[in-house]
Every structure is written in C-alpha cells, then in structure tokens.
Design a protein. Structure first.
Length: 312
C-alpha cells in the first residue's frame, strides 16, 4: 500500500462515542462532530498500519505506536527556501512532540476503554485530535516537498495541470488564490489543494444505498463546486471530507525563524520546493478510484433509472 493510500485511509476518524457508528471520510463538515478519540487513534496509526485491521478491534487502540517517519531528503536539502535549522526543529522536535503526546494519550485511552471510563475517553478527545492530526498532517507535508535536484518546484504536467487550468484558469491563478486563502488563516493552520471525496455520506438504506452511491459517483460529487478546491483547516485538524493532494503548514514554527512574521513571503517561496510529482500521483489515484466506481454504475442493471433520480 502506497503512502498516499495510507494517508487517505487516515481520514476515517469521526465516530459517536456511545454507538461507535462510523462516519466516512467524505462526510460533509456539517454532518461531522468530534466525539470519540478511538478512531483518530486508529487513523493516526494507520500511516503505518492499515485501518481495516484496526477497525476489527474498535474497542481497543492497542497496536503499534506511532513513529516519526524518515524524511526523503536531508535537513539541508531545501535550502535556501527552508533553512536547515527550521527543517531539523520542525521534523525532529515539533513532529516528534506530536507523536510523543499522541502515544501517551493513546495509552491513557487504552486504560479508559478497558475500564469503561467514558468521562476519561471524552477528556482525551482534544489531545488525540490535536496530536494525532499533527502527526497525520506532517507525515503528508514532508512528502509534498522535494529539493530542486529531485524535481522540487518543477511545474505539474499532464492531467493534473489540465485540472488546475480547468478549475482555476491557470497554475499562476491557483498559486495566487492558494496563497491568499492560506495567508488569511487566523492563528495556526494548514492550506490544502483538495480533490475528490471518496464516498457518499448517505445513511444505510439496504441495497438501495449501493445504487444511489454509484449514481452519485457517476453524476460527480458536486456540480456546483470545482473538481479541485482550496481548503484551509485550523490548528492540527486533519482534512476529512476530500482527498488531500497538497498541504502547506502555516504554523509559525514552519517559517518564523527564516521569514519572521511575513507569512506571505514563506508562501511565495515554498512553491520552489513543492513536489508536484507526488501531488500528481495522489490526483491520479483519486481520479482512478472515481472512474472505477463510475464504471460500476454504468453497468448496473438500474443505471438508466437511477441516473434520472435526484442526487442524495
């Protein structure tokens, strides 16, 4: 399983604490609520461990501890865009701190689950959400970057570039919009280029759910919205409802030692080390997943009938 696939699976992380009824990663923000830290615990570990195996044991978080991923380049490889000092502190100190706090909270959660202590489980929500999200987001962020000698800063090509041009007018327009929206994040957070949702958020209604899922996929996830969008998230909240293609950390620890309080300068510079090859790979896999589901719909015996029904 590729890193992207593991990262995508991580977003199955919101559940009801009493019923453990799973909300899938494509649910709208309005329909989501942070209730139980158990699934975020599973999700954060799923960078190393497949989620499906974890879901087989929903009442325990026991399993491999989260660990700091190795960088695919040296700390000084992104100079002069991102300094060696920033990279060393960001990766070995900040990211490691999220992992340490997450693992500690997970141990406490195991104890609370074994005792049936719902109060303690609820009290651990924000700790696991914050630190688990920090681990997830940073693990993806490191892959978004590459030194120039490894293709960092090279413009996207092929289907990804075509999609960006279709949805934003041009690559320059996209970068301008992304920088504007991300620079405006209040406090700390992240900017994202996001793509297709993975599944419909519908309720279980028997076999008809499958038909309407396929109908929804064939129609496209949102006729009123662009296929690619720019999104922002606060603090370390992980992106949930869409496929993450590119994420940029705008916490001050990501740039302050070099760019001081001028976040726009950091955002302007970072495109010189963006790894568009990785972004394109994520986009291609998301596009393929949607195409495959759409193909299933086309061959469904009720395809013509379902296509005429209102979308859920």
């Amino acid at each position: 399983m590729s890193l992207h696939e593991k990262q995508v699976r991580q977003f199955v992380i919101r559940v009801n604490p009493t019923s453990l009824s799973l909300s899938h990663e494509s649910l709208s923000h309005e329909s989501l609520s942070w209730k139980n830290p158990t699934m975020l615990s599973i999700a954060s570990r799923s960078i190393k461990t497949p989620v499906l195996s974890a879901l087989a044991r929903p009442f325990t978080t026991a399993g491999p501890k989260a660990t700091l991923p190795d960088l695919p380049y040296d700390y000084d490889a992104l100079e002069p865009i991102i300094s060696t000092e920033i990279m060393r502190l960001h990766h070995s100190k900040h990211h490691q701190a999220y992992i340490n706090a997450f693992n500690q909270a997970e141990e406490k959660l195991d104890n609370a689950l074994s005792k049936g202590d719902l109060t303690q489980q609820i009290q651990l929500q924000n700790i696991i959400k914050f630190n688990g999200g920090g681990h997830i987001n940073h693990s993806l962020f490191w892959q978004n970057l590459a030194p120039k000698k490894q293709g960092g800063g090279e413009h996207p090509k092929g289907s990804l570039l075509s999609a960006i041009q279709k949805d934003f007018g041009s690559l320059d327009n996209f970068v301008t919009q992304f920088n504007t929206q991300t620079a405006a994040v209040q406090g700390s957070g992240w900017g994202w280029l996001v793509g297709y949702p993975l599944f419909w958020r519908g309720k279980w209604i028997g076999s008809r759910w499958v038909w309407r899922l396929l109908q929804w996929v064939a129609n496209g996830y949102n006729k009123a919205a662009k296929r690619l969008e720019i999104a922002t998230t606060a603090n370390q909240d992980p992106l949930l409802n869409l496929t993450p293609l590119l994420g940029v950390d705008v916490w001050e620890h990501a740039y302050y030692l070099q760019y001081k309080n001028v976040r726009p300068d950091y955002l302007k510079a970072i495109w010189e080390v963006v790894n568009w090859k990785t972004v394109a790979e994520r986009y291609a896999k998301a596009h393929l997943r949607i195409s495959m589901l759409g193909g299933l719909f086309i061959h469904h015996p009720r395809a013509k009938e379902l296509y005429k029904e209102p979308r859920p």
